[in-house]
Design a protein around this ligand. Structure first.
Ligand SMILES: Nc1ncnc2c1ncn2[C@@H]1O[C@H](COP(=O)(O)OP(=O)(O)OP(=O)(O)O)[C@@H](O)[C@H]1O
Ligand SMILES: [Mg+2]
Length: 360
């Protein structure tokens, strides 16, 4: 499952700085608006501390984490739908993303221009949301006449047309599709931006991160969606350091978890995802599945043949494996189970699939 998250926000909000931190990359992040023109795409391993333990237990040659792709695009400004700034055509680069990460500037630094003259997270979020709503309205304005023509000849197209018109009315009121909880199915082919789940990142400075009351106020702006507070500049410096040095640096700053790990975790939660693990002498690996996925569906993430030929899944929980110290000890203690095709996967299951075509 290739998971993709598109990063949006005003120019100079810190999107590329966050992207660099996430992907350990070095795309241009600069203190002037529209530093980014062409999109940047980076693939990131999802932090999964259990993999190192598994690799030790199984003497695995390598560790393969689950991955998420991030797409960093140009900044959106007020009036983008009418061609202001870089316009909004570049939003096409994130139309197929699974989720949108909106980066909002909270940090104050006079050297970094704010396109609207003042730092105001709530108003910035409104600007971006409005521009995404307007972009979706433009998509529907182009699509509805075509479907109307089709629906005149083909009666089966009428329910879809009704759904598209309802989406248009909702967006016209200024509400996004996901926020309005509309049925996404008839809208899927339109790739509407506001139909995607949103994750909000507030790009703060160190003082703000220590101000609990401020963070609470900002979280309330986006609730019930999740808010993540991090200092993108600090995070981008952190990833350059050796692990011990980084841990020291984090402790000094009073931060218990790097913002990036939190972003991956919240991203997974928002999208209703979890991971399961496989382990052997070759590799210890994490795989991404939807919460509630059954064993055959989980097998299908490795290979569609494993899903088709699914027979059984040998499952042991990561915690049991650690408690007993090895798979054979866990087996002797009766903690290794054989599960059938109706088994619903639990987070952290360590699995070996038995299938008609092969075993993994
Ligand atoms: N938390 C922070 N504190 C202070 N400065 C920051 C912080 N995060 C980013 N910056 C600085 O803000 C400036 C803009 O950052 P960046 O280029 O990442 O923005 P952007 O959103 O990608 O902008 P654009 O849309 O123009 O590409 C950079 O100089 C960067 O170093
Ligand atoms: Mg940029």
């Amino acid at each position: 499952m290739a998971l993709t998250i598109g990063i949006v926000g005003l120019p100079n909000a810190g999107k590329s700085t966050l992207f660099n931190a996430l992907t350990r990359n070095t795309v241009l992040a600069a203190n002037y608006p529209f530093a980014t023109i062409e999109p940047n795409v980076g693939v990131v391993g999802v932090p999964e501390p259990r993999l190192a333990t598994l690799a030790e237990l199984y003497s695995s040659e390598r560790i393969v984490p689950a991955t998420v792709s991030f797409v960093d695009i140009a900044g959106i400004v007020k009036g983008a739908s009418q061609g202001e700034g870089m316009g909004n055509a570049f939003l096409a680069n994130i139309r197929e993303a699974d989720a949108i990460c909106q980066v909002t500037r909270a940090f104050s630094d006079d050297d970094v221009t704010h396109v609207d003259g003042a730092v105001n997270p709530a108003s910035d979020i409104e600007t971006i949301t409005t521009e995404l709503v307007l972009a979706d309205l433009q998509t529907l304005e182009r699509a509805i006449p075509r479907l109307e023509k089709e629906a005149r000849i083909k009666k089966e197209a009428q329910p879809k047309l009704a759904a598209w018109k309802e989406a248009y009315a909702t967006l016209s009121d200024g509400t996004g599709i996901y926020a309005a909880d509309l049925d996404p199915e008839p809208l899927r082919e339109l790739f509407l931006l506001t139909a995607k789940p949103f994750i909000y990142v507030f790009n703060c400075d160190a003082d703000q991160l220590a101000d609990a009351a401020l963070l609470k106020r900002m979280a309330s702006v986006v609730a019930p969606a999740e808010a993540i507070f991090l200092d993108a500049k600090f995070e981008s410096e952190l990833v350059e350091m050796e692990p011990e040095e980084a841990a020291e640096f984090l402790a000094e700053a009073g931060v218990d978890e790097p913002g990036l790990d939190k972003l991956a975790r919240v991203g997974y939660d928002t999208l209703g995802l979890q991971s399961y693990l496989t382990a052997g002498p070759k590799e210890s690996r994490a795989w991404t599945i939807r919460k509630g996925a059954t064993a055959p569906e989980a097998a299908g993430v490795i290979h569609t043949d494993f899903q088709k030929g699914f027979i059984k899944a040998q499952v042991v929980s990561f915690d049991d494996l650690v408690e007993f110290g090895s798979e054979s000890a866990a087996k002797a203690a009766g903690r290794v189970r054989l599960e059938g095709k109706d088994y619903v996967m639990a987070d952290g299951d360590v699995v070996e699939f038995r299938s008609g075509s092969a075993t993994r």
